[in-house]
Design a protein. Sequence first.
Length: 119
Amino acid sequence: MLKPIKTEKEYDDALAHVYELMQTDIVEGSAISDELEILSLLIKEYEQVHYPVSYPNPIEAIKFRMEQMNLSENELSDLLGTRSRKSEVLSGKRKLSLSMIRKLTDILHIPAEVLIQAY
């Protein structure tokens, strides 16, 4: 029977059981499929409480996303308005404005939660 994960041992056991379940041929909608889904949610909840992952620095997130999307700094300048504004933002001399955050979220798909952090 599935129950909340409260200890590190229960967490380790749950991970091992998920591994076992994933080694089988799972039929969508089956009891095993449901068990795997629920167990994954329980593991996720435990990890969020005991192993929280902090957001990256907003500037580092922008640079990383630019690299992933093969965007040049000129393209970022177009997005933020001007070359000088882009340089100020990337150097940390200028904070991101609400309109910049909206554009970066919409176009680069960087979560707003990352961009609104203090840096």
